[in-house]
Ligand binder design. Structure first.
Ligand code: NAP
Ligand code: F7E
Length: 341
């Protein structure tokens, strides 16, 4: 008899992690459903082209009815809640909206699962928690036991979602796990985040399409990994007999200056200082200065290890942006031969 095909629902399928996770699950033989928000979402076509096997369902983390309908329709074995207002700087501009989607949105989805599952304990849940929970860090490196001290409306909303997930696990015996993921990037990273902003600008500077790059705080340090590695860890968490919380990180930390060094070096520019300006507009009301994760538990229990190194990640992103930006170079005007005298 053929094995029963597992069913997974992914929120945030149009985002960086949603695409990598959907590819991973389709490759493992899952039937994958993706929640897509809004009227005529411009990213629908991109997902449909990249992942024709995925069925897209309309729904919004701000709308409980649509979540109950989506969970009820696909009757999933696993739900991955990746949807969020995820840009920290934006969360300072729209804190209430961030609280509603990134924080309360997780509660709505947990409750939709509780209602549809009717206490059968059949649906497993993954919550996209974040190293932003550690914020003003109390110890380095940060582990699953490091106390939380979020520094932004995003971090506070994620703390609510994290504690709610633990609460539903303890109250309703739900198989709900939180992945406390440190920064992870890729060629699919949004252009608002610092890594992609840098690699895209480096490619444009190299190709003569841009003169300089304006950034905010250059002193912060991050534990940057590759998103494709991190979605393997998400899946592994939901395959465990018992739900739990895990840090996924590389165990290395690097400054923005080091990222700039590697990105500019990838296009043959040794000194980036003449090209980079500092601009107050990109400073945040409160900053997370240092993130450095300890993934020991994930390695031991899940057997998870990142495969892409920091230099490989930077090179991969610059290479991708060089390809994209080189299609934008205006072609030189060649007059028809009849006009050449
Ligand atoms: P992302 O690229 O910003 O994607 C966010 C996703 O959320 C998009 O698909 C977006 O849909 C969706 N979304 C936003 N508002 C929604 C709403 N009201 N209802 C339904 N969907 C909504 O984020 P990512 O980098 O893939 O990260 C995935 C998750 O992991 C997020 O929860 C993020 O906070 C968390 N996280 C990320 C990192 C990281 O370094 N990448 C680290 C730790 C945790 P649209 O495309 O329609 O806007
Ligand atoms: O900033 C500094 C900025 O926006 C990184 C999200 O995925 O990871 C991400 O959050 C650092 C910060 O990511 C610019 O001040 C300087 O110190 O790339 P970012 P983030 O804030 O770390 C966590 C784990 C998540 O959970 C989030 O969802 O870079 N920085 N100059 C800048 N940042 C940006 N965006 N733009 C600048 O011009």
């Amino acid at each position: 008899m053929a094995p029963v095909q597992k069913r997974a629902l992914i929120t945030g399928i149009t985002g960086q992690d949603g695409l990598y996770l959907a590819e991973l699950l389709v490759g493992k033989g899952y039937q994958v459903f993706g929640l897509i928000r809004g009227q005529n979402n411009p990213k629908r076509e991109m997902v449909e082209q990249l992942l024709p096997a995925v069925e897209l369902l309309e729904g919004d983390l701000g709308d409980m009815t649509s979540l109950v309908e989506a969970v009820n329709y696909c009757q999933p074995d696993e739900v991955y809640n990746l949807a969020a207002i995820s840009f920290v700087a934006f969360s300072f501009k729209q804190p209430e909206h961030t609280g509603n989607i990134t924080g309360l949105g997780a509660l709505r989805l947990l409750d939709a699962i509780r209602i549809v599952d009717e206490g059968k304990g059949r649906i497993r849940y993954y919550q996209a928690s974040t190293s932003e929970l550690f914020g003003k860090v109390r110890e380095t490196p940060q582990t699953e036991l490091t106390p939380f001290h979020p520094r932004s409306p995003y971090g506070v909303a994620k703390a609510y979602a994290h504690h709610m997930t633990v609460n539903y696990r303890e109250s309703y015996n739900l198989h709900a796990s939180c992945g406390i993921l440190f920064n992870h990037e890729s060629p699919r990273r949004g252009h608002e985040f610092v890594t992609r902003k840098i690699t895209s600008a480096v490619a444009r500077i190299k190709l003569g399409l841009q003169d300089s790059l304006s950034l905010g705080n250059l002193d912060s340090k991050r534990d940057w990994g590759f998103a494709g590695d991190y979605v393997r860890g998400m899946w592994a968490m939901l395959q465990q007999d018992e739900p739990d919380d895990y840090v996924l990180a590389t165990g290395e930390t690097h400054s923005i200056g080091e990222f700039l060094d590697l990105a500019f070096a990838a296009v043959g520019i040794e000194d980036w200082k003449p090209y980079v300006k500092q601009d107050q507009r990109f400073m945040r009301p409160a900053e997370v200065d240092l993130l450095h994760g300890d993934p020991t538990k994930a390695k031991k229990v899940l057997g998870w290890e990142p495969e892409v190194s920091f230099p490989q990640l930077v090179e991969m992103m610059v290479e991708n942006d060089l390809q994209i930006e080189s299609t934008r170079i205006p072609r030189q005007f060649v007059p028809p031969t009849s006009l050449v005298r």
